[in-house]
Design a protein around this ligand. Structure first.
Ligand code: GLN
Length: 489
């Protein structure tokens, strides 16, 4: 088997048994990156030298018996909105060009502590605003399954890189679906943990009350392993939670017998591509045959999730992005006339159209006179949506849903109509509003040969349950590799 097609667990095992060295593993990924990147553009920055140096250092520690964990020596990619000391971090934006963080995000530090080797930074929609990775200043990422299509977004770079076997694992971030939706479009597994599970320290904020970092991988086991590595209470993040358990790999293979799975009736009607719906329902039926208890139910208020989300996320973004003013970080306009003009020109030239749209929307809903009508109302809606989910989890262990209304659209199809693009977030956004964990797992392909993902939504802190069910789905649908990769094109 080629090194680059191995899962992280497999790679880690072989490195530990000295069949492979950490440097060989890094080199195999770097070679695959060399081969794939011209077509895929999943990375905005590859740290070739740094990766080899890290691999050598990790190998030394492993040889000395100081590093023994399952991910030691395994390469990983990091989304470009997660800070890496000494390695440029730009959020896919011109305004952060040249910004080299002076510190490393807690999630990345934990990966390093586990002995993982950082390969570079992955492409994303500018400041994680978007669903296609087309709003990146560094040009769009292409879907390895069909290069004329988008990989989804905003963590499209991470998901495409994993699908293209440029790395076995990557970190993404999810504010309204940015891990789960591109995982669906690229045929990989991605989990958004319960809010507060993974430290946001060093994650450049978009919507702080919604953002969570999570892993993307080619199988559920890798996802669980990586989540175990990055999760944990962090005093540096005031929203971080000290959980009772951080065991996500323990019961993976325990099966779904007795698990109660809810199917929200409204999710499978109008607006959902028929093939996507069918594949998901077929998979749920198979879980039922394995002993899961499946029942339909009504999840109300979901139609209010999109407006509530776009009000809250934009409001928080407008405040979070105020710090990019040409003074402290990255880009500053070359010519200006005084301080205020410098702010104005740096921001006008540095931010892209989608980011500006969100800043304007956010500033508007927070302005006096509109605050109550929009922002406060959105917060109330968020609370009601959380209550709906609470009610659902009285009866169910998890909810099975699509991750997106369709398979991957063509490049250029979504950007012309932002409102339509926002509607594509319908299945993922409410999960962030309620702070819940959600995972996407591949369940086959459509007649165009594009991957379809199923989303499993759990109650707060129930990652282990949705991972277990996702693992069962994986036994039904074996992982498929994109032709581009299989044929080594
Ligand atoms: N598509 C959504 C947005 O544009 C979600 C993005 C995300 O999760 N970062 O806001």
């Amino acid at each position: 088997m080629d090194i680059q097609s191995m899962t992280a667990a497999e790679l880690g095992k072989r490195i530990r048994s000295r069949e492979l060295s950490a440097v060989e593993a890094a080199d195999a990924c770097l070679e695959q990156i060399e081969k794939m990147e011209k077509q895929v553009n999943g990375f905005v920055r590859v740290d070739r030298e740094g990766a080899r140096k890290q691999a050598e250092a990790v190998q030394k520690k492993m040889d000395a018996g100081e590093l023994t964990g399952p991910l030691a020596g395994v390469p990983v990619a990091v989304k470009d909105n997660i800070c890496t000391e000494g390695l440029e971090t730009t959020c896919g934006s011109k305004i952060l060009e040249g910004f080299v963080p002076a510190y490393t995000a807690e999630a990345v530090r934990k990966l390093q502590e586990a002995g993982m080797v950082i390969l570079g930074k992955t492409n994303m929609d500018e400041f994680a605003m978007g669903s296609t990775t087309e709003t990146s200043y560094f040009g769009p990422t292409k879907n390895p399954w069909d290069l004329s299509r988008v990989p989804g977004g905003s963590s499209g770079g991470s998901c495409a890189a994993v699908a293209a076997e440029e790395c076995p694992l990557a970190l993404g971030s999810d504010t309204g679906g940015s891990i789960r939706q591109p995982s669906s479009f690229c045929g990989v597994v991605g989990i958004k943990p319960t809010y507060g599970t993974v430290s946001r320290y060093g994650l450049i904020a978009y919507g702080s009350s919604l953002d969570q970092i999570g892993p993307v991988a080619r199988d559920v086991t890798d996802c669980a392993l990586a989540l175990e590595a990055i999760a944990g209470h962090d005093p540096k993040d005031s929203t971080s939670i000290a959980r009772k358990s951080y065991d996500f790999t323990g019961g993976l293979a325990d099966g779904v017998k007795g698990m109660r799975i809810g199917i929200p009736r409204g999710y499978f009607g109008e607006g959902l591509d028929a093939e996507v719906g069918q594949k998901i329902l077929d998979t749920v039926r198979m879980l039922e045959k394995q002993g899961a208890v499946v029942e339909e139910f009504d999840l109300d208020l979901i139609q209010y999730a999109i407006p509530a989300y776009y009000v809250i996320a934009s409001a928080e973004a407008s405040s979070n992005l105020a710090r990019f003013d040409g003074v402290k970080y990255g880009y500053r306009a070359e010519e200006y006339d005084g301080l205020h003009n410098m702010y104005k020109k740096s921001r006008s030239e540095g931010f892209g159209a989608e980011v500006k749209r969100r800043i304007m929307l956010g500033s508007f809903v927070l302005s006096s006179g509109y605050y109550d009508a929009y922002y406060l109302k959105a917060l109330k809606t968020k609370a009601l949506i959380k209550r709906e989910f609470d009610r659902a989890f009285d009866s169910f262990d998890m909810i099975a849903a699509p991750a997106a209304p369709s398979t991957a659209p063509r490049l250029g199809e979504s950007l012309s109509d932002p409102l339509k693009m926002y509607l594509g977030d319908i299945y993922t956004i409410s999960v962030n509003l309620a702070g819940l964990p959600g995972i996407t797992v591949p369940v086959g392909t459509d007649t165009k040969g594009l991957p379809i993902g199923m989303q499993l939504i759990g109650d707060c802190f129930d990652e282990a349950k949705i991972l277990r069910a996702a693992y069962a789905c994986e036994q039904i649908h074996a992982y498929e590799r994109p032709a581009l990769v299989k044929e080594g094109r």
